[in-house]
Write a protein that binds this ligand. Structure first.
Ligand code: AMP
Ligand code: GLY
Length: 413
């Protein structure tokens, strides 16, 4: 088989890694890919926004299966374009990707089908939004409606903070804002292979969304992750599957937006059971990196089988994998370019490239989140120690990281 993976971050590095384990795969292309993948895949210089270029490449090379990483590629209709050409691609159409690209769309379906989530209201105008926030009080959550790479969300504990978020959101033309009840609980990510009503859950992971230790600072795309998550029992996962993921896949079919691809449930275990924080139309990043390091089943078989209408039993490595993001100083507000990184080849664990480049033979930063340093061990505590030993080997003047990935779960047990 010839496989094309679209994207250039850590998630796509992990997808390439997983596809590379498949005995059936003869050749992997990554467009545009990153240098971390270069021993496993041929990097193709086509942007992940160039839908025409990607389609033409897949046709010309006779690609058997394309796997899409990033949400913006999905939102540009890559799946629709490939399907028109009769090319097999794993990902949702532009229409089905609305489950992520529009928070209002996702909330509307959840509300119609009784899928547990925070109470909400959607606003087009600042004044009405301010009246609502004043009436509801704080804490309250303000979310911009479109694709924001995890950054358009403010959990406001003070009214002033909420009003500032509204002001910033409505300063952007035609912006819509979803205002939600603030839920309290333990977050986890449940990602499933989905094709129409078929849903195959993967092992869960816990991301750390805030920029700094102790869950402080602005929301990011995710600063660290581990899997499995012991505090979330098999019963809770079953509840999440039966009350959230399967009903959502069914609802998407019923509403005329059948979903194919990775459906990501951002979930929270609250006092009142599992609630949905959000859906994403793709694998999580950095969730993909730790989950796929644990997947023992051939990912190409799983995808081909589900697209043909049958489920595959998944096998998992029982060890814990923990990953620490090393990000550019200033992330998420800014990112750096060309800062030299050393030591990433000296680690014991696997290092995924999230935002790197090669310059004058040296590895340099090229994005907000730069590396994900992972470690695998029988326990969370051991994985933590190993991962941070490796983090210490990586040197750069322009990288920072959280020091408490996985700590909350250690304290809980
Ligand atoms: P989202 O982009 O919707 O996943 O939101 C980013 C982060 O904001 C989530 O991972 C949560 O930590 C937090 N968040 C979002 N919605 C809520 C909510 N309704 N209640 C509490 N926290 C939330
Ligand atoms: N790590 C969170 C996300 O991929 O949305």
């Amino acid at each position: 088989m010839k496989i094309l993976v679209i994207g250039k971050g850590g998630r796509e590095h992990a997808l390439v890694y997983a596809v590379h384990q498949s005995k059936r795969v003869k050749k992997i292309y990554a467009a545009p890919g990153n240098i971390g993948m270069k021993d496993m895949a041929e990097l193709v210089n086509i942007s992940d926004s160039d839908i025409e270029g990607l389609t033409a490449f897949a046709k010309q090379e006779g690609i058997d299966l394309t796997i899409v990483g990033p949400e913006h590629t999905l939102s540009l209709g890559v799946v629709d374009a490939f399907q028109k050409e009769g090319l097999k691609i794993f990902g949702p159409t532009k229409d089905a990707a609305q489950v992520e690209t529009s928070k209002d769309f996702a909330k509307g379906i959840m509300s119609k089908y009784g899928i547990p989530t925070a109470a909400y209201a959607t606003f087009d105008h600042y004044d009405a939004a301010v009246r609502y926030v004043t009436k509801q009080g704080v804490p309250i959550v303000i979310k911009e409606d479109g694709l924001k790479a995890g950054k358009g969300v403010t959990v406001a504990y003070e009214k002033e903070e909420a009003l500032q978020a509204l002001e910033a959101a409505f300063a952007i033309a035609d912006n819509r804002v979803v205002i939600e009840e603030c839920l309290v609980g333990f977050e986890f990510s449940l990602i499933c292979f989905v094709h129409d009503e078929l849903v195959i859950p993967m092992e869960i992971a816990q991301d750390h969304k805030c920029a700094y230790d102790g869950d402080r600072g602005p929301n990011t795309g995710g600063m660290g992750v581990y899997s499995p998550v012991k505090r979330i029992t098999p019963q809770i996962i079953e509840e999440a599957l039966e009350t959230v993921m399967k009903p959502m896949a069914r609802a998407m079919v019923k509403e005329g937006h059948p979903f194919t691809g990775f459906l990501y449930g951002g979930l929270m275990l609250t006092e009142n059971g599992v609630k949905t924080i959000e859906f994403n139309a793709r694998f999580g990043d950095p969730e993909a990196e730790v989950i796929l390091l644990r997947l023992k089943t051939d990912i190409c078989d799983v995808i081909e089988n589900i697209m043909a209408g049958s489920k595959t039993e998944l096998e998992w490595d029982e060890d814990t994998v923990l990953g620490v993001v090393m990000a550019s100083t200033g992330y998420p507000a800014s990112s750096t370019k060309d800062a030299v990184i050393t030591g990433s080849d000296d680690t014991d664990g696997y290092v995924f490239h999230m935002g790197t480049a090669e310059k004058d033979g040296q590895l340099v930063t090229a994005g907000g989140r730069v590396l994900l340093v992972t470690a695998k061990a029988p326990t969370l505590e051991e994985a933590y120690d190993k991962a941070y030993d490796d983090v210490a080997k990586i040197k750069s003047d322009h990288l920072f990281y959280r020091t408490d990935i996985g700590k909350k779960d250690m304290e809980a047990l």
